[in-house]
Write a protein that binds this ligand. Structure first.
Ligand SMILES: NC(=O)c1ccc[n+]([C@@H]2O[C@H](COP(=O)([O-])OP(=O)(O)OC[C@H]3O[C@@H](n4cnc5c(N)ncnc54)[C@H](O)[C@@H]3O)[C@@H](O)[C@H]2O)c1
Length: 439
């Protein structure tokens, strides 16, 4: 098998980063997508996706080691290994749609049918509902390629545990690589390929295709449980005078059985993965008549965090008779343009119902926020402009850059810091700051 060239189908937020890394590390990468504009930009060395370090990489490899194309048959003709990383959108019941993956696999399999090459390895990287590969993808490939599993093709599952805002760093420094495999030969080949892009030495765990599918959805769902538990502690602290959630999570997080990561009370979890992987696990539980209580409790706590933020802000609005509210942070976390399930977006919707004016600051997420609200909110060009135009400001993300600018601000301002990253004692005297959970 030739491993000097690989193909990647789906050049979105994850796929393009993965393609850029493989190309940057020396592979020739055939990148396939459906969007002509995206293909043209990549081949001209311009990144259509915003992620730290991606633009620099694409400028070096785009059109050279990374060759973007609209043609799926080039993936089959020019490589022996194809990674499929198309979107798997959530369905109303919480499960994922496999339509894009199946469309890609159908095109690839039809092309494989006409190929004389003896073997092709398909690597599924999209997040899928457990059971998809054995139940749908293998029969689909067999049907369209006219080949049998392990004879004319192999299949592996290589789920991604990366976070938007640090996709490249996370891809190159994974703590664990999970490999679901249809045969140990294919799994070993994927291990060599995957490890070739790692700057560290991650643990490699081989398992069945179905186990790897369950592991992928379970990891994110477990983290949402942990975040929700920290938020539960925050909510208790809110009701008991003198209690500080950071002292508590900081101390019990030192116990190895808990650990400090993703263990800070704050706003609801959002983004493109946590909420939907939790819903997906619920859909799997429901499908198999397994009690839903644990994940439902997690979702209820998350919804409570949104309500609690809205109640607190409206309370403050009434106290100070605020008319214009500044929202510092629109994305669901710092360093990303993604506003999906962002607490800030849900807050703005609630404040609009109270007829309040909104001035917002988060340059990275401004375009995506505009797609939601258009001109119904104002966009500030700086933290100082946002603070000066608003009688109450809400810092919704733990952004160090934003905190630095707030410390430099000379005017008067009133601020709710939802992640307690500002030290009330060292802030300029003209800035009055409340902390979420501690008044
Ligand atoms: N975004 C995340 O944080 C994250 C993290 C871990 C896993 N995942 C999973 O990775 C997968 C990809 O996510 P993403 O955020 O990169 O999606 P995305 O929507 O940003 O990108 C998907 C890309 O696939 C392309 N595409 C769709 N159908 C295609 C086809 N038939 N052939 C070729 N290209 C096709 C689209 O044009 C698009 O460019 C999803 O299953 C997602 O759940 C995402």
């Amino acid at each position: 098998m030739n491993t000097d060239t690989i193909s990647i189908v789906g050049l979105g937020k994850l796929g393009l980063c993965l393609a850029a890394i493989y190309a940057y590390k020396g592979k020739t990468v055939i990148g396939v997508d459906l969007l002509p504009n995206m293909i043209d930009n990549i081949n001209l060395g311009r990144s259509p996706i915003v992620e730290p370090d991606l633009a620099g990489m694409i400028s070096k490899v785009g059109g050279k080691k990374l060759l973007a194309t609209l043609e799926h048959n080039r993936a089959i003709a020019e490589s022996d290994i194809t990674i499929v990383i198309t979107a798997t959108p959530s369905m109303p019941d919480g499960s994922f749609s496999n339509d894009h993956v199946e469309d890609a696999l159908t095109k690839l399999s039809l092309s494989l049918k006409n190929s004389t090459k003896p073997y092709h390895l398909f690597v599924i990287s999209s997040t899928v509902i457990p059971g998809s590969i054995e139940g749908s993808f293998i029969p689909l490939i067999e049907r369209h390629s006219g080949r049998k599993l392990s004879q004319g093709f192999g299949i592996c599952y290589d789920p991604d545990f990366v976070a938007l805002g640090s996709v490249i760093k996370d891809f190159m420094n994974p703590e664990v690589v999970i490999i679901g495999e249809s045969s140990s030969k294919d799994g070993k080949l994927l291990e060599i390929l995957h490890v070739s892009i790692c700057d560290n030495s991650p643990q490699i765990c081989h398992m069945s295709l179905s186990s790897a599918e369950i592991a992928k959805v379970s990891l994110n769902a477990y983290i949402t449980l942990k975040i929700s538990f920290a938020n539960l502690i925050g909510n208790i602290c809110d009701k008991i005078q003198g209690a500080n959630p950071d002292d508590i999570t900081g101390a019990i997080g030192l116990d190895k059985r808990i650990s400090p990561y993703y263990f800070k009370a704050g706003l609801s979890y959002g983004g493109t993965c946590f909420p939907r992987d939790t819903w997906a696990l619920n859909a799997v539980l429901k499908r198999h008549n397994i009690p839903l209580a644990l994940m439902q409790a997690c979702q209820a706590i998350n919804a409570y965090q949104d309500k609690s933020l809205i109640d607190k802000v409206i309370n403050l609005v009434k106290q100070v008779n605020a008319k214009t509210i500044g929202i510092l942070g629109l994305a669901f976390k710092p360093g990303t343009p993604v506003v999906t399930e962002s607490p800030a977006i849900k807050l703005i919707k609630a404040l609009h119902k109270e007829d309040l004016q909104i001035v917002a600051y988060d340059p990275l997420a401004q375009e995506n926020t505009y797609a939601v609200f258009e001109d119904r909110i104002d966009y500030a060009g700086s933290i100082a402009e946002c603070l000066s135009r608003s009688s109450l400001n809400i810092l919704t993300i733990p952004s160090k850059e934003m905190a630095k600018d707030i410390y430099k601000y000379q005017g008067t301002a009133l601020l709710l810091d939802c992640w307690r990253i500002l030290n009330k004692d060292t802030l300029p005297k003209n800035i009055k700051c409340f902390h979420f959970f501690q008044g």
